[in-house]
Design a protein around this ligand. Structure first.
Ligand code: GLU
Length: 447
């Protein structure tokens, strides 16, 4: 049996933020853990606002997160499919022309509300005769097209929300095609879900209200056995409870990346916030996929604090093995026999990955040593052991310095750290010293 087929369907009218990444990752992980397929679908039928640059940028953002789709499709390439589906629905009598202007619809809605009736479209267009329609068209009116809903209760087992039902008698017949022949979101989405064999639609809970309509359209076009499973997850909100929007610039994936947040920290926050699993650092997306379960997602808002991304970045770096980091380190010329020992020495002292460059300079380049006490440093330099050095060299050396000078504790260690690294704090010197090496150590101590 093959795994699930899922899709992430952003409209390329902006870059994605961490809330969109949540949806993308839920889909990706659901596919990854069961050997399924992940399709990236650009909902770009809004030609005025969609751009190829945004679409390319979204692919870059997803790749940075570790998501490489099995297939990428663009709705703008698939309009013929939507037109064919609309034609079939018309032939079935399920898509009907309606001529009301927005002003007429607003007026009728207000009248209904004033009478305490639900503001549902009254299907007046269904009562038009051929002659009525011919007259309207002769007057220059163009129809928009509505799907004729069956007035029944539609039910589904939601992967997050459990049993759901919507009474379609309480809904207006949705407009699927605009006056100018362009499509609103609903029909293209359903047609693609059918055509691409989507088995699981995992998306934000802002789409729950669309689901009953979409189920009815799938049933009409392809039969009830083609209805996908649905799961509607809660949305990420910031600490003040406000939702994220395309304007949440600082939380866009691109700006998080540029600010030095690790992609796995973004993934852990995006996926685990608002679930019964605590947010914790992970070493790979596979690890996250193995833990991931839609059933653990809460129905309450998923509140997160962007500041957590920084601390999680530190904890994430600590989990990353050299093999995973080799290429990223090499991109900063951190290569050679010591590269692995270097990574293991410094990974616990990084606020962001790029801090490795400063530490590499400490072990491999030039620094300006800080000498607090010239005499003490010279005396210590004279006691440096002979090569070869390893992680025991530091304690052997400092014991000798202690015996010779009578210093201990901070008085002993602090001036040595300042001279050797020019910094107050940092990775364990037992690990750094052999990387710095005898020649440099001696020079920095001022002898
Ligand atoms: N383009 C839609 C959105 O971004 C996709 C919704 C769906 O997943 O069906 O909200």
């Amino acid at each position: 049996m093959s795994g699930p087929v899922v899709r992430f369907a952003p409209s390329p009218t902006g870059r994605i933020h961490i809330g969109n990444a949540r949806t993308a990752l839920f889909n990706f992980l659901a596919a990854a853990r069961l050997g399924g397929r992940f399709i990236l679908r650009f909902d770009d039928t809004d030609l005025a606002r969609s751009t190829a640059e945004f679409a390319d940028g979204i692919e870059v953002d997803l790749a940075w997160l570790g998501i490489v789709p099995h297939l990428v499709v663009r709705q703008s390439d698939r309009v013929a499919l939507y037109e064919a589906a609309a034609e079939r629905l018309k032939q079935m009598g399920l898509l009907y022309p309606a001529y009301e202007t927005q002003a007429e619809l607003d007026r009728r809605r207000k009248l209904k509300q004033a009478r305490g009736l639900p503001p549902i479209y009254d299907r007046a267009a269904l009562a038009l005769s051929d002659a009525d329609r011919a007259k309207l068209e002769a007057d220059g009116r163009r129809p928009h097209w509505r799907f004729r809903l069956e007035h029944r209760v539609v039910e589904w087992e939601d992967g997050v929300r459990g049993h759901c039902h919507i009474d379609c008698a309480s809904l207006s017949d949705p407009v699927l095609v605009r006056e100018d022949g362009s499509f609103l979101y609903t029909l293209p989405s359903v047609v693609d879900d059918i055509e691409l064999g989507i088995t699981d639609v995992i998306r934000g809970e802002d789409h729950v209200a669309n689901t009953a309509v979409q189920i009815q359209i799938v049933e009409a076009l392809a039969g009830s056995d083609r209805v996908p499973r649905f799961a509607h997850h809660n949305l990420l909100v910031d600490a003040s409870g406000a939702g994220l929007s395309k304007r949440s610039g600082a939380l866009s994936i691109a700006s998080l990346r540029d600010s030095g947040v690790e992609s796995l920290a973004v993934a852990a926050v995006a996926v685990l916030t608002g679930s019964s699993d605590e947010v914790h650092a992970v070493g790979s997306l596979i690890e996250l996929a193995q833990k991931f379960d839609l059933a653990h997602v809460s129905r309450n808002a998923a509140k997160f604090d962007p500041a957590d991304l920084r601390s999680l970045t530190q904890r994430t770096l600590l989990k990353l093995d050299f093999e995973v980091m080799r290429e990223r380190l090499a991109a900063h010329d951190i290569v050679g026999a010591h590269a692995e020992a270097f990574w293991l020495a410094v990974r616990g002292n990084l606020e962001k990955f790029l801090d490795v460059c400063d530490w590499w300079r400490v072990v491999d380049g030039e620094i300006s040593p800080v000498i607090e006490d010239t005499e003490f440093c010279r005396a210590a330099a004279a006691l440096l052991p002979e090569d070869p050095w390893d992680e025991k060299t530091w304690s052997a050396w400092t014991s000798a310095v202690k015996t010779a000078t009578g210093r201990k504790g901070r008085e002993l260690f602090h001036p040595l750290r300042l001279a050797l690294t020019a910094r107050e704090n940092g990775p364990e010197l037992a690990k750094l010293l052999p990387l710095i090496g005898r020649t440099k150590a001696q020079a920095r101590l001022g002898s």
